[in-house]
Design a protein around this ligand. Structure first.
Ligand code: FMN
Length: 192
């Protein structure tokens, strides 16, 4: 493949990513080596002062049962019915793999402001998802009230950290379509 072809195929790949929810995901999930590549891509996000204000926690195998227990506990604490708690429990077991996204924002940093650090977290997430897509996987970033449930936060976060949510990951069962229609590039790219 020529360099020009390789470049245009990278761009075509980036432009073809969209989120795929847990019920449309099946095995295989990204391997440990794939996850390393995805984390490397996340680390290429623009990062003022090089703070790396994020980390990922892989929830796989038996850890999904532990997360299911926490989801169920949080649902009960939030006043949900027993049936709803079982549904929430399933949210940890349905996807082949989950990756928690944890932000670690230095609120007093003299150079990189809080919003700049959050931009880096978003860039890291996007690169992580794009890398997964390039490797043939699919997934979706999810959050919800659970990211504020004290037992779940305590299980994932240390001091000064925030739980952004979970990326559910696997292989798409079939080729779907994006949830949202997006405008053409002219909508967001104009001369000033
Ligand atoms: C930080 C973050 C949290 C999100 N939380 C949820 C969520 O809890 N539930 C949901 O349906 N979508 C959530 N989304 C949106 C989806 O991940 C996804 O981006 C959206 O469905 C649009 O799909 P697309 O990625 O194909 O454009 C979240 C996105 C981000 C960036």
């Amino acid at each position: 493949m020529s360099t020009a072809d390789a470049r245009s195929s990278i761009l075509a790949n980036l432009n073809s990513r969209f989120s795929v929810g847990a019920k449309h995901l099946a095995e295989p999930a990204p391997s440990p080596q794939d996850l390393q590549g995805m984390a490397q891509a996340a680390l290429r996000a623009p990062d003022h002062a090089g703070l790396v204000p994020f980390r990922f926690a892989i929830v796989r195998g038996a850890a999904r049962e532990r997360l299911a227990d926490l989801f169920e506990q949080a649902a009960v604490q939030a006043g949900k019915t027993a049936d709803e708690a079982v549904l929430d429990r399933r949210r940890a077991l349905e996807p082949p793999l989950l990756v928690a996204v944890i932000a670690r924002i230095d609120t007093g940093h003299p150079v990189a402001s809080v919003h700049e650090q959050w931009m880096t977290v978003g860039g890291a997430l996007t690169n992580f998802l794009n890398a997964a897509h390039a490797l043939g996987y699919a997934g979706k970033m999810l959050s919800g009230a659970k990211v504020r449930a004290a037992p779940i936060v305590a299980a994932f976060c240390g001091p000064g950290e925030s739980l952004v949510g979970w990326v559910v990951m696997g292989t798409a069962r079939k080729i779907g379509t994006p949830k949202f229609q997006k405008p053409g590039p002219d909508e967001v790219l104009r001369d000033w």
